[in-house]
Ligand binder design. Structure first.
Ligand code: MG
Length: 292
C-alpha cells in the first residue's frame, strides 16, 4: 500500500512538472517499471526474512549422534539359507529321530520316522516337545497325503499347537472346502486365514510363525492375550491375530492360566500327515549380549 501511495504521488508530481505528453508517458513508464521492481524485491525480502527467522528459531540444539543407540549390540546369528535353521535355533526335528518329542502323556512318541520325515501314526496320539517354549519364531514343514482320502475336516488334518493349546490348523485345503475358520492356516475357530496359500496334496508346505505367549497375573487373570503372525508357504495368512483363548472345538474359547513355557504339540487327527525341518527360536524382549 505504501508503495502504491508513493507511486501516485510521484505521478501527480510528474503531471505538475511536465505538460508534454511524450515526456509524461516516458515518466509514467519509468515509474511503473521502478515500482514493479521494488515490489518484487520487497516480496523476496519478506519471504527470505521469514524463512531466515524460522531457521534461527528451530536451529538444532542436538547432534545426530545423540539419538544413535550402540548398546546392546545384537548378537550375530548365522543364516545359512536353504533349509538350514538359523545358527541359534533349537532344532526339534532334523529328520533322524524323535528325541525331542514324547507322546502327549509322556510315553515314547510312536510316530513313524522314515526318509528324513516324521509321519503321524494314526491312533497313536498327539506328540509334544520335551522342552517348553513361550514367545517363539517357529518354522515347520508339513505335507498332507498325496492320495486324497476323505473330505472337509477329514482330509489331511493335523495341527500345530503352540504351548500345547493354541492351534494353527494343518489341513489339505487344496480344493477342499470346509468352514473358513477351520481350513489350513486358520487359528482354529478363531481366525480365518487372510488367504488360502495351500499347495496340492503330496507337496511340501511350510509355516513360519511368530507367536507371543499370553501373560497372566499371579491370581490367574489374563494380563495380555496371545498373538500370532503366520506365513503359509511364505504368504502372510495371520497378521498379529489376537487369540481369544486355547483351541475350543465346541463353544467359545476361554483363557486359563498356564506356565510361561509349554510344549509345542502336533496333532494326531487320524490322517497320516508328515512333518520335517522343525525348529524354533525363542524371542527375547530385547537383544542379548550373550554369545556375542
Ligand atoms: Mg487340526
Amino acid at each position: 500500500m505504501r508503495l502504491e501511495m508513493s507511486l501516485l504521488m510521484s505521478l501527480q508530481m510528474g503531471l505538475l512538472m511536465s505538460l508534454h505528453r511524450g515526456r509524461l508517458l516516458a515518466l509514467f513508464l519509468t515509474l511503473l517499471v521502478t515500482a514493479t521492481g521494488c515490489e518484487g524485491r520487497e516480496e523476496a525480502g519478506d519471504a527470505s526474512g521469514a524463512i531466515g527467522s524460522e531457521q534461527i528459531s528451530e536451529a538444532p540444539t542436538q547432534r545426530p549422534e545423540e539419538t544413535e543407540v550402540w548398546e546392546p549390540e545384537p548378537r550375530v546369528v548365522r543364516s545359512l539359507g536353504g533349509d538350514s535353521p538359523p545358527s541359534d535355533a533349537t532344532v526339534l526335528f532334523s529328520g533322524t529321530d524323535l528325541m525331542a518329542w514324547t507322546h502327549e502323556d509322556g510315553r515314547e512318541a510312536e510316530w513313524v520316522v522314515e526318509d528324513g520325515v516324521m509321519t503321524v501314526a494314526p491312533g497313536t496320539g498327539n506328540i509334544q516337545t520335551r522342552q517348553g517354549f513361550g514367545d517363539v519364531q517357529l518354522h515347520i514343514e508339513w505335507r498332507t497325503p498325496a492320495e486324497i482320502v476323505g473330505d472337509g475336516q477329514g482330509r489331511g488334518n493335523s495341527g500345530v499347537f503352540l504351548m500345547g493349546r493354541y492351534e494353527l490348523q494343518v489341513l489339505d485345503s487344496h480344493q477342499n472346502r470346509t468352514y473358513s475358520n477351520g481350513q489350513a492356516g486358520s487359528i482354529y475357530k478363531q481366525h480365518v486365514p487372510l488367504v488360502n496359500a495351500s499347495r496340492a496334496p503330496g507337496i511340501w508346505q511350510s509355516y513360519d510363525v511368530v507367536f507371543i505367549a499370553p501373560r497372566f497375573a499371579p491370581d490367574g487373570s489374563l494380563v495380555s492375550p496371545a498373538y500370532m503372525t503366520a506365513f503359509h508357504n511364505g504368504v502372510l495368512i495371520q497378521n498379529h491375530a489376537e487369540l481369544r483363548g486355547p483351541m475350543a472345538y465346541i463353544g467359545l474359547p476361554k483363557y486359563e492360566a498356564h506356565g510361561d513355557r509349554e510344549p509345542l504339540l502336533l496333532q494326531d487327527h487320524s490322517n497320516p500327515v508328515s512333518f520335517r525341518n522343525i525348529w524354533v527360536r525363542e524371542i527375547s524382549a530385547s537383544p542379548s549380549l550373550e554369545g556375542s
